[in-house]
Design a protein around this ligand. Structure first.
Ligand code: FE2
Ligand code: FE2
Length: 138
């Protein structure tokens, strides 16, 4: 989605919340599998969680960079630095996802993988809050 949908703070924050709630639930599932020592199942499930991040949040981030962020800077060039910082947040999310995929491919599931999934939730939560502050509130 781009344009008016993402520019409106209410519909945009609803997208953030839905994706984050799903991610939190998926993390809880991974945690349960790990507690039960079902590492093979956790390994498989972790790829589904990676897909969740790629198809929801990273896709959303890309749409923002291609549309919304450009529009915001065009309308108000003073936002440029803040948009650069928000784009860097997206990069950190991307780096974490790449790191998780490499870890899963090389060593399977581990507590370190779960920690990175939890980090994604925390970074994304802060990012969303800052992003929503930049959107027009009217
Ligand atoms: Fe974003
Ligand atoms: Fe967003």
């Amino acid at each position: 989605m781009s344009g008016p949908g993402l520019k409106h703070v209410d519909s945009h924050s609803a997208i953030h919340e839905a994706a984050l709630n799903e991610a939190i639930e998926l993390n809880e599932l991974l945690e349960k599998l790990m507690d039960n020592n079902e590492l093979e199942k956790a390994h498989e499930a972790a790829y589904v969680v990676v897909e969740h991040w790629e198809t929801r949040t990273l896709q959303h981030a890309q749409s923002e960079e291609e549309g919304l962020y450009k529009e915001l800077v065009e309308e108000d060039p003073e936002l440029k630095d803040q948009i650069t910082m928000l784009t860097r947040d997206h990069d950190i999310l991307r780096m974490l996802v790449t790191e998780i995929k490499d870890m899963l491919d090389e060593d399977g599931f581990s507590d370190a993988v779960l920690q990175r999934f939890q980090s994604l939730v925390i970074v994304d939560k802060i990012h969303n809050r800052e992003e929503e502050r930049l959107l027009p509130h009217h």
